[in-house]
Design a protein around this ligand. Sequence first.
Ligand code: AMP
Ligand code: TRP
Length: 329
Amino acid sequence: MRIFSGIQPTGDKHFGNYSGGFRQYAATQAEGEAFFCIVDLHSVTVDYHPPALRESSLNLAAMLFATGLEADRSTIFVQSHNVAHAEAAWLLSAVASFGELRRMTGFKERAEQQTFVTAGLFTYPVLMAGDILLYQTDLVPIGDDQRQHLELARDMAVRFNQRFGETFKLPRGQYPAEGARIMDLTNPEKKMGTTTSSDMGKILLVDRPDAIRRKVMSAVTDAGRDVRRAEDKPGVTNLIDIMSVASGRSPESIEAEYDGQGYGRFKAAVAEAVIECLNPIRERYLRLRSDPVELEKLLSQGAEKARQVSAPTLQAMYDAMGFVRRSGG
Ligand code: AMP
Ligand code: TRP
């Protein structure tokens, strides 16, 4: 089975990324041939700082290994190292409609935050579809916020196959049972996000124990003392989800232990569970990050493999679409 997922090298990664991303990547790599892509081409679709992009890409590589990916088991690479991604995006734009791209909620939300809305932000889901389809992917581990993008990638694959002939496998998304959508600690009505959450709203994977305690203890809860998941208790529900992801315990067992005990004691337990989960990750991350030469070596090996595996599909796309064959190609 082929597994593929992508993650953006922007800003410091947070607990939502751990829950919907990293944690699932490490779990799925055992199930088949896995590719994890640092999607730097996606990161230039909003305003960004060029010198920071290189640093963030290496930070992210270190975090992928720190959270459990193994270079001899999975392929970890940088998107821009395989030009097939940019080419596939252009070719696939022939089967993406203006209307469906305009309906993407990810686009609408991010466009609102920008003074200059790039064309790339609009066509971003086409680039993402190419990432996935180039590898004949079966399974895409992602968080809930990427569901609409994955559905669009499937629609584009079906449309391409119908219009130009059978070329792509149909990928399916895999969403975590618990914690597919971790919410902002200061406002549990919106998701925890890299740019959309304030410092106190998100737990960073590199946060030290005191910062984690401070953030969790001041998280917004709800009226009452109940520790149980309910629609009208988004704050407590979110903390139960966070504890469940951090500790591997079921939400039911957490409710059974803490219900009726008040929020102070519960929050302290959540903080300790998160610290226990993230501490070893932070330590591994710092060790890996101190050796950029080794990281770059692993990434260049990953890129070589990614180029080899995607090349036949890219060629099949050109052929199916009627382009003149390149000599020797
Ligand atoms: P990004 O950093 O936006 O590239 O996202 C990387 C992965 O993290 C994707 O699979 C997202 O679906 C996932 N993710 C981002 N934010 C959250 C969140 N608040 N809860 C759960 N998963 C998330
Ligand atoms: N758009 C995804 C996000 O922001 C990142 C991404 C890019 C991705 N290409 C992908 C995820 C391919 C899964 C598969 O989280």
